[in-house]
Design a protein around this ligand. Sequence first.
Ligand SMILES: NC(=O)c1ccc[n+]([C@@H]2O[C@H](COP(=O)([O-])OP(=O)(O)OC[C@H]3O[C@@H](n4cnc5c(N)ncnc54)[C@H](OP(=O)(O)O)[C@@H]3O)[C@@H](O)[C@H]2O)c1
Length: 330
Amino acid sequence: MSLTTRAFGSSGIDTTAIGFGAWAIGGTWGEVTEVDAKATLNATLDAGVTFLDTADVYGDGRSERLIRDVLAIRSGPRPFVATKAGRRLDPHEAQGYTKDNLTAFVDRSRDNLGMDTLDLLQLHCPPTAVYYEPAVFRALDALVDEGKIARYGVSVEKVEEGLKAIDFPNVASVQIIYNMFRQRPAKLFLNEARRRGVAVIVRVPLASGMLTGKMTRETEFAQDDHRSFNRDGTAFDKGETFAGVPYDVALDAVDEIRALVPGDATMAQMALRWILMNEAVSVVIPGARRPDQAQANADADALAPLSPETMDKVRGIYEARIAPHVHHLW
Ligand SMILES: NC(=O)c1ccc[n+]([C@@H]2O[C@H](COP(=O)([O-])OP(=O)(O)OC[C@H]3O[C@@H](n4cnc5c(N)ncnc54)[C@H](OP(=O)(O)O)[C@@H]3O)[C@@H](O)[C@H]2O)c1
């Protein structure tokens, strides 16, 4: 059976509602061997997923090249591949988002992915000042005109950045964190994006694996896994690690969620279904490090809608335990 599809904003393209995030197979999540990475990608595509998200900095291009290599030996229609640029800037400053720099990043991603035209280029959580610089968006328009990218979008940290970004008429998509631990986007942003025909890509749906219910106070992470070194935002925005929720606070909330998981599902699958309850979401992109995880995440597509009672209880857990730690930050 094929997976459910949704419109990717007003692009005229439909993709599966469950996509795949290719950060963990690139790097920063402990070692993932090339064999495991390729098997995970193949399991994703075998399950019928048609949307992949990557970035030029995931493993310094490794994630993009893995996608190229796997797609090169598969037959059938190729999936929609979204990538990102901007984080190669050092220092990472708004002034660096020039036409020349963006062109160099795009050319490198075209090479890494083996694609003449990128399906979607996203600015990779740029500094807030970028959203106040029309010249950056004119540079992206020029890259579309040159045929190097088919369309562009932004990946944002904050709701307010998303709202500002969709004022630029050619922004096709916004990627944002939205999950049981990050509910603020539903208050205003998601409806506004939908109203304007902007696609919404939801990242970090499992709160970096926390919302699978498998973590404990004893869980250890490899030294080169951001879940061990970025809990306080040492390397990048702390909201990207466990959705910014302090580890012990998250564990207590997960224990309460356990009682709400439908009998035929895992907590991870419930977490994905919770996100898809919102019709403004175009695609959710869980990461995975192993084929069985990728398959299980695609299987969440078959889950029945969550009941209004469950949705209410999840909101209550968020408001009581999680919101005080995250709601005002993003
Ligand atoms: N700034 C940005 O634009 C940005 C930032 C972050 C992420 N993203 C994108 O969003 C994607 C998703 O976010 P994410 O990867 O950070 O976090 P996530 O999807 O919330 O969590 C992924 C991790 O959860 C664990 N997991 C996944 N499926 C599982 C399952 N079925 N059962 C048990 N464990 C499972 C895996 O790690 P373990 O097995 O090791 O626990 C996996 O690496 C990324 O891959 C990337 O494409 C973009």
